[in-house]
Design a protein around this ligand. Structure first.
Ligand code: OGA
Ligand code: NI
Length: 348
């Protein structure tokens, strides 16, 4: 079918339609703050975007452009290597970091290759999703030999984008009417990672997706995309897929599942996907910002009261993460774990 492996072919209702709609996209927020009330204004813009879209772009974010360009260069140099060379740093059963090209979203194969690295080295995670298994495993990064500057560049970039993620977390706390540091403690031993995504040109872009529709499982995602475009988000009001316009040197920020739960559904973790094209390769670099494995995620007490009861039961971030990650490696019978699983009866 269309000259591509059946494993990549989406169900008809998931296939991208040629889009002709021209829309005002998600908000673009300038993070440079000046004058009195600057921070409050910024937090309120962010709060509005989180309620309406769960997505926004930021400019004047403080991550040096020169560093971003260097990381884009090493990403390209790495993915340009012969496949045998890339597979030397391949993800395996024991260590999920490194290169892989067989990720599935909702059991259909994604048209992409990725390289994953942990922000904290080492990172601690439960050994299994089983709630009775208390074993904790230690994970370290796997690095390729080439390009030689890969490791150092990625590590430097991680630190900078991590700073931005903490800044955004503070602004999001303020936007919820909470102290700036309200959420910070959840990230003392954060379990997040930086991912380099490479989407090769696809001979049948009408059948496959770079990443199938999904919501990000963590707290926050901070993503750099190149000028090709392809990321789309599902608009809450009508379910329409809206393209996210590339803006040079901006970051795309989205609320992920844990923040939706902490906010007790005030903020949304929006569904999104990536469409591919037959002409140009595309690169994107998300930083997935995840809490410590032992954090129990539940609606924040300050946001819950008798009129507005908790919409979720508490769940362990580490167990949730390990459960979801397991299902990305291979096809599973069922859809993977989602926050809906923890909805309280009162919220239905
Ligand atoms: C993801 C994702 C979007 C993109 O990796 O979770 O949604 O533009 N990526 O690559
Ligand atoms: Ni995503």
């Amino acid at each position: 079918m269309g000259g591509i492996d059946q494993a990549f072919v989406q169900e008809p209702e998931q296939r991208p339609k040629p889009s002709t709609i021209e829309v005002d996209g998600i908000p673009v927020i300038d993070m440079s703050v000046s004058g009195t009330g600057g921070i409050e204004k910024l937090a309120s813009e962010i709060g509005n975007a989180c309620r309406k879209w769960g997505f926004f772009q930021v400019i004047n974010h403080g991550v040096p452009l020169e560093l971003r360009q260097r990381v884009e260069k090493v990403a390209k140099a790495f993915f340009d290597l012969p496949i045998e060379e890339k597979r030397k740093a391949k993800r395996d059963e024991l260590n999920f970091t490194g290169y892989h090209d067989e990720e599935h979203t909702k059991n259909v194969r994604d048209w992409k290759e990725v390289f994953d690295m942990l922000i904290e080295d080492p990172t601690f995670l439960p050994a299994s999703p089983d709630p009775d298994d208390e074993e904790i495993r230690t994970y370290s990064n796997k690095w390729p030999e080439n390009p030689p500057e890969f490791r150092e560049t990625c590590q430097e970039y991680c630190r900078e984008v991590e700073k931005l993620a903490f800044k955004l977390l503070e602004l999001i706390s303020l936007s919820l009417g909470l102290p700036a540091n309200r959420l910070s403690d959840f990230f003392k031993h954060q379990t997040g990672m930086l991912r380099l995504n490479y989407y090769p040109p696809c001979p049948s872009p009408e059948l496959a997706l770079g990443v199938g529709r999904h919501r990000d499982g963590g707290a926050l995602t901070v993503l750099a995309q190149d000028d090709v475009g392809g990321l789309q988000i599902r608009r809450q009001s009508d379910g329409e897929w809206i393209p996210i316009k590339p803006i040079p040197n901006a970051y795309i920020v989205n609320i992920a599942d844990a923040l939706q739960v902490w906010s007790n559904d005030l903020y949304v973790s929006a569904e999104h996907r990536v469409v591919v094209n037959s002409e140009r390769e595309r690169f994107s670099i998300p930083l997935f910002f995840f809490p410590s494995h032992y954090v129990k995620v539940k609606p924040l007490e300050e946001l819950v009261n008798e009129q507005n009861p908790a919409k979720y039961k508490e769940y362990s971030w580490g167990k949730y993460y390990v459960n979801r990650t397991g299902s990305n490696y291979k096809k599973l019978e069922a859809e993977n774990l989602q926050i809906d699983h923890f909805k309280t009866p009162e919220s239905e």
